[in-house]
Design a protein around this ligand. Structure first.
Ligand SMILES: *Cc1c(COP(=O)(O)O)cnc(C)c1O
Length: 401
């Protein structure tokens, strides 16, 4: 060993998880498709094998393909003790929440959370006796008053889903810690390369690997990284009780995506920023919601706390109704219409988030009441000028009422 620390994100993504014991003499760990792991004899079977990571036992506890992915994700996340895999991003959020909460606990959720996280609180956690309250992530003065003596965890998301608010994660996490609660963050937007969640005070970092890690719109998976052994052990035990496992084929796809993630993120961030600048100058646009854009809401915090971005941004139209938003999106030829993001191809969907907000208002204070219907863009790897041309067409179609 030279003792050299692989510091660049590109190098880290290339090297992470490629232990000789997983890969053998080839570059990538083979796809170990296995339910049964065989034992030498009945004595070995009777003796059993310890329930620790990286130990052949039975398919539900994974094989070297999944272990290599866990290892790689842990190495990419500064300060992580370990990482668990789940069959989707939503399963990862559910796994993290059900992993640490018990009946009687109170959970605080940021008001700009991903809508399925809110649904989970109401329809999954509540029947299990876990209560949820929502808070405005940008009101640091009010935040300490959101806690009670049963508050056990806080779920953050920055930037927020659809509306892209950046919150002061270090400040919120410090308050949560003082109140004896764990901070979880849905870190799908920036990922560990763009937001080192543990260095910013969080205890658990959740990612939909479906997005940037997969990167090719052909995979569903989620991960939960824990900061220390105690949290990790508890999450792992509950994941095993819930029977969570991902297929080795999908783990191999995720590993393949991971290798080029820094390149793809750099490219889509650069194009997204150029598109955000272009949108800012359009007369039809009231607000561009893109933390990477100077002057945009949250840009200062983004600059302070983040080391990268991605291709996901939103914009709100000036005084337009949903039919105008539909004409704009239907007028696009290159952008696909569909959920998810982080793939190589660009996507567009309409949004109006007010039904998924309860502690804050939409449109936000200070905006014109009629500026509320928007478009979320997921920028892929196409050429910038082609995407701009397509958006130009969309705006033209919007005017052809
Ligand atoms: C997509 C998404 C998820 C869920 O991921 P799936 O793999 O689709 O279940 C979670 N959080 C955020 C912020 C997302 O955008």
């Amino acid at each position: 060993m030279s003792g050299r620390k692989a510091s660049g994100p590109g190098t880290q993504a290339v090297e992470a998880g490629r232990k000789k014991e997983w890969t053998g003499p080839v570059v990538n760990p083979p796809v170990w498709r296995a339910s049964t792991h065989l034992y030498e004899d009945t004595a070995a079977l009777a003796k059993g094998r310890p329930n620790v990571d990286g130990n052949f036992y039975y398919g539900r506890r994974g094989s070297p393909t999944q272990w290599a992915l866990c290892d790689a994700l842990t190495q990419l996340e500064p300060g992580a003790f370990g990482t668990l895999l789940y069959p989707s991003g939503v399963a990862a959020i559910a796994g993290a929440l059900m992993g640490i909460l018990d009946a009687g606990d109170v959970l605080l959720i940021t008001d700009n959370a991903y809508e399925p996280s809110r649904n989970m609180a109401e329809m999954l956690l509540k029947p299990f006796g876990i209560e949820t309250r929502y808070f405005d992530p940008r009101d640091l003065d009010a935040f300490p008053h959101a806690f009670c003596d049963r508050t056990r965890a806080v779920l953050l998301e920055s930037p927020g889903s659809l509306t892209m608010e950046i919150c002061d994660v270090p400040a919120l996490a410090a308050i949560a810690r003082k109140k004896g609660a764990l901070s979880l963050i849905d870190n799908t937007w920036a990922g560990p390369l763009g937001f080192p969640a543990f260095e910013r005070g969080c205890d658990i970092s959740i990612m939909a690997l479906t997005k940037h890690v997969g990167g090719h719109s052909d995979l569903m998976m989620g991960s939960v990284a824990a900061k220390d052994e105690e949290i990790y052990t508890r999450l792992r035990q509950r994941a095993q009780l819930l029977g969570q496992v991902v297929s080795p084929d999908d783990a191999a796809l995720a590993l393949r995506g991971l290798r080029t993630m820094p390149l793809r993120l750099a490219r889509s961030s650069e194009t997204a920023l150029a598109i955000a600048e272009w949108l800012r100058d359009r007369p039809e646009v009231a607000h561009v919601l893109c933390p990477m854009l100077p002057g945009s809401p949250g840009h200062d915090l983004w600059k302070r706390d983040f080391t990268g971005g991605c291709g996901l941004l939103s914009f709100v139209l000036k005084g337009r109704r949903p039919d105008a938003v539909s004409r704009l999106i239907d007028g696009l030829e290159m952008f696909g219409i569909g959920f998810s993001w982080g793939g190589f191809e660009s996507l567009a969907i309409p949004f109006e988030p007010s039904r998924a907000r309860s502690a804050t208002s939409w449109p936000p204070e200070g905006w014109d009441r009629d500026d509320r219907f928007g478009v979320r863009l997921a920028i892929g790897l196409e050429d910038r000028d082609d995407l701009l041309h397509d958006l130009e067409q969309g705006f033209a179609a919007m005017e052809r009422a």
